[in-house]
Design a protein around this ligand. Structure first.
Ligand code: ADP
Length: 875
């Protein structure tokens, strides 16, 4: 080149540029270049710069992009050198086409780039193991920068006790055919990780090994998931081997692909592996069984549908036949094609045996129930009849039990009891206890029957149901109803009896006032025998009649429960002694001794004084009555019974005694030891009955011991009051004493008395009894009495309660009490109604005192003397 112009060139140059010499000489090089070079500089500027530099004596060597004559571009390496040729300074340009080299370089660079950026770690070493190259993945995996690792020996990357030995082996194998394996690698910070490594030799064109390439991959995660997979596989195997179910799977030809341990056992193999490839015909089962298994396998695989709950037999090695419940399911591949089947089964031999036993026992149970005399039904909880026996059919009038099956049991219940039974049944469902009831049912022909029924929860045909047994109790029920009616009637009769007795006693009392009163007056009046004796006999007889009346009245009081006790603590010996006194005369007359022995004067018990006296009377009276020689002794002491102390009163006689067989009888009403026409003794047979009742009503008891011919002992006990210092003890009242009244009625102005009574005899008797002591007016009706009290002021009124027609005594008293001036006037109620409760009514009406009919003169005078106002005498 001269300056920037080509002046000559060789043939190679012409080939390169694709032109003739004429076409190139005289032209500058930039004419054979693109306008712009790859570094973006204009070719002309760059060329001139290079030329200038070269001319200055600085040889230039650079890459240049040229253009052939036909416009094709190519890369060239250009060197410009100044040459002196004579005096001329020329430039020699050598252009070398580097297109191929460039391509190779680019490829290498690309390769290097690729190696740099692939995820596997790549490392190149020389034949001595010194690292000459690592890619990005390598340096980041091992945590070294390029500069830190290049030049180092590869052994620093390996974690091994003897990395030298490992390396020798690696090298040996690599040179032979390459090496690969798992190696524990070490990072810069010393931490280790598992890598899969492969090494191979890099050879030059002459096939000489020049370097080694190592590719390493971090397999920590892969190892972990491999481990996990292995573990889960092991777990699956463990599960398979430990479930009680047998599990197996087969291919499309029904050849076994696998199974669990339990299945292998059944098939007589020691491990599941041994079964692979075998068919059912290689198993201990019978050919017929294997045929059947195969049949179902095919069906499952052909239809692609699972089959469940196949009950089938399976013969084992030892000849035992097991019963299986098998499920078979087709197995599909990822394309949905059937590739085999999975089977599971359970050995249900035990269950089947139990079921058979249940069935057997159910059949036995059925035949038992079928033949039972009692009716039996099994119903479900809706009341539907599941089973009925012959007796049940008979009970409701069906020809056979089948006619009842499926029907509701409620259709057979009587409307009266339907609801109740329904409730009882539904309760039984939730309670373990059976229900027992009596109710009415309706037979198919509409008849009512009474049944006694027991409902028990049972398990029938594997269902929770109710067994109902029924017994026809219609006859018994009617008998019961009759009995109840009879009892009610008896009670009614007894009530009528009590009322009758009460009325009778009232009706008899009123005339007795006359009989007793007149007899008493006659006895006083008459001086000569035998008329005095007659009067006395009338008096005795009337008294006996009155005693009987009193007993009858007491009995009706007890039965009507109208006895109201006035219970107070008394010194019992004192009460006994004062009562016994009354019998001294009788004993003397019969020439019998009568003694009272008291162990302790301080024995207290809570009793009603009047009733207690009546009890003692009755016992002592009987004792004297039935004794002819010897006498009667009364003992008061204490005893203990049922852990409590008692006061004991024993009345012992030396009389005729009571036969053993009659001892239970004498306390029954109207019963006597000698009864009927050959009765030896007078009496009503009521005394002991009433006594016993009274004693028991006061929490005491009575016993009797007796020997015929030598005497009887009646023992009465009352609970003893131990701490008697604490209680207020009542004093026994004085015994009636006739003389006593006469003292009271002092002479003076006679009080005014109004006697209201519709019975003439009663009025007359009172008139005679009181004639010297009172001024008297009489009224035979309430109305008349009311008129009289308005005319005159009376000091005392004697008011009969039963006045027959018109106002009663109670009404009259009420009216009188309304009059101001009668507010404080005593009114004595006189009545034959000697019931205790009645007294309250009289007192409430305004009566201030009470006297029951018949009364003796003494009793009447005593009462009146107590209430009569004291009036001044005329003197
Ligand atoms: P009664 O009015 O007949 O005496 P009770 O009920 O007092 O009635 O007595 C029933 C019967 O018990 C008497 O009829 C008599 O046979 C018998 N009895 C009662 N006390 C004695 C006794 N102390 N000795 C023998 N028999 C007695």
């Amino acid at each position: 080149m001269d300056e920037e112009i080509f002046i000559d060139c060789n043939q190679k140059t012409l080939d390169l540029f694709g032109c003739t010499k004429e076409e190139i000489v005289g032209k500058p090089p930039y004419e054979f270049s693109p306008k712009i070079q790859p570094d973006n500089r204009p070719s002309k500027d760059k060329a001139l710069e290079k030329i200038t530099n070269a001319l200055k004596g600085k040889p230039q060597r650079f890459e240049w992009r040229h253009k052939k004559l036909n416009g094709e571009l190519f890369d060239a390496e250009v060197s410009l050198n100044r040459i002196e040729l004579g005096d001329k300074t020329l430039l020699q340009a050598i252009v070398r086409d580097v297109t191929e080299r460039k391509k190779t370089e680019e490829q290498i660079s690309m390769l290097a780039h690729a190696i740099k950026s692939i995820s596997e770690s790549v490392c190149l070493t020389d034949m001595n193991g010194n690292i000459i190259f690592v890619n990005n993945s390598f340096s980041s995996s091992y945590n070294y920068s390029d500069s830190e690792i290049i030049g180092k020996h590869i052994s620093i990357l390996l974690s091994s006790d003897k990395p030298g030995a490992l390396l020798n082996k690696m090298l040996f194998d690599t040179l032979k055919e390459g090496w690969n394996g798992e190696v524990v690698s070490r990072r810069r910070d010393g931490t280790e990780f598992l890598t899969s490594m492969s090494t191979s030799v890099i050879k030059n064109d002459n096939d000489d090994p020049v370097a080694l390439i190592t590719v390493a991959m971090d397999i920590t995660d892969r190892k972990k998931s491999e481990n996990e997979l292995r573990q889960s596989k092991q777990m699956l195997q463990l599960i398979l081997d430990n479930v009680p179910q047998r599990i197996f799977w087969k291919d499309v030809n029904s050849k076994y692909l696998g199974c669990n341990k339990n299945f292998a056992n059944d098939a007589g193999f020691s491990s599941p592996k041994e079964i692979i490839g075998a068919s059912d015909y290689d198993m201990p089962w019978k050919t017929s069984e294997a045929d059947y298994y195969r049949l179902v396998d095919n069906e499952v695989m052909e239809t692609g549908k699972p089959v469940f709950h196949i009950i089938e037999p399976q013969t084992h090695l030892d000849g035992k036949i097991a019963w299986l419940e098998t499920n078979k399911t087709p197995l599909y591949d990822e394309h949905g094609r059937v590739v085999g089947m999975l089977g599971t089964y359970e050995d249900i031999s035990e269950r089947k045996k139990a079921e058979e036993q249940i069935k057997e026992s159910e059949e036995r149970f059925r035949s038992l129930i079928d033949n039972m005399i009692e009716a039996a039904l099994i119903i479900d909880w809706t009341g539907e009849i599941i089973f009925a026996n012959n007796s049940a059919a008979r009970l409701v009038g069906l020809d056979n039990p089948e006619q009842g099956i499926g029907k509701s049991v409620f259709g057979f219940l009587h409307p009266d009891d339907k609801k109740r039974v329904l409730k009882a049944i539904s309760k039984t469902k939730f309670k373990p206890a059976p229900f027992l009831d009596e109710y009415k049912i309706k037979t198919v022909d509409g008849k009512d029957r009474w049944v006694e029924s027991l409902g028990t929860k049972i398990n029938f045909s594997n269902k929770n149901s109710l067994l109902v047994t029924l017994r026809d109790i219609t006859e018994r029920k009617y008998a019961e109803i009759e009995l109840r009616e009879a009892k009610e009637k008896a009670e009614e009769m007894n009530k009528i009896k009590s009322n009758f007795l009460a009325n009778m006693s009232h009706e008899l009392r009123t005339p007795l006032v006359g009989i007793l009163g007149f007899a008493e007056l006659l006895k006083d009046k008459l001086k000569e025998k035998p008329t005095t004796e007659m009067a006395e006999r009338i008096l005795t007889s009337a008294n006996r009649l009155m005693d009987t009346l009193n007993l009858v009245l007491d009995l009706s009081r007890i039965e009507a429960k109208k006895v109201d006790f006035n219970l107070k603590p008394y010194r019992i010996p004192e009460l006994v002694e004062s009562q016994i006194q009354l019998f001294e005369a009788v004993a003397e007359r019969k020439n019998l001794f009568l003694e009272t022995k008291v162990k302790d004067q301080n024995l207290f018990a809570k009793v009603d004084e009047q009733i207690f006296r009546q009890i003692i009377n009755n016992l002592v009276n009987n004792a004297l009555k039935y004794t002819y020689t010897g006498g009667v002794s009364i003992l008061v002491d204490t005893t203990s019974g049922d852990d409590k102390p008692y006061v004991r009163i024993s009345v012992k006689d030396s009389g005729i005694g009571i036969p053993q067989e009659s001892l239970g009888l004498i306390f029954q009403e109207f019963r006597q030891v000698s009864e009927g026409f050959n009765r030896h003794f007078e009496g009503t047979g009521l005394g002991l009955t009433i006594t016993k009742n009274f004693i028991e009503m006061m929490e005491g008891n009575i016993k009797v011991k007796s020997t015929v011919g030598s005497g009887s002992t009646f023992t009465v006990m009352f609970p003893l009051i131990q701490d008697y210092a604490q209680v207020e003890i009542k004093k026994a009242s004085e015994v009636d004493n006739e003389k006593f009244t006469q003292k009271i009625l002092a002479p003076g102005e006679k009080p005014n008395l109004l006697i209201v009574d519709n019975d003439e005899s009663s009025r007359d008797i009172i008139k005679l009894f009181l004639k010297d002591l009172f001024k008297m007016d009489f009224a035979d009706s309430g109305e008349k009495a009311f008129r009289l009290v308005n005319d005159k002021i009376f000091d005392i009124i004697l008011m009969d309660i039963n006045l027959g027609k018109g106002m009663s005594g109670v009404e009259t008293t009420k009216e009188i009490k309304k009059i101001e001036s009668y507010k404080n006037v005593p009114i004595v109620a006189i009545t034959g109604f000697a019931m205790r409760g009645d007294r309250e009514e009289f007192l409430q009406a305004g009566c201030t005192h009470y006297l029951s009919k018949p009364f003796s003169r003494a009793k009447l005078i005593k009462l009146l003397s107590e209430i009569a106002p004291v009036k001044k005498t005329d003197h």
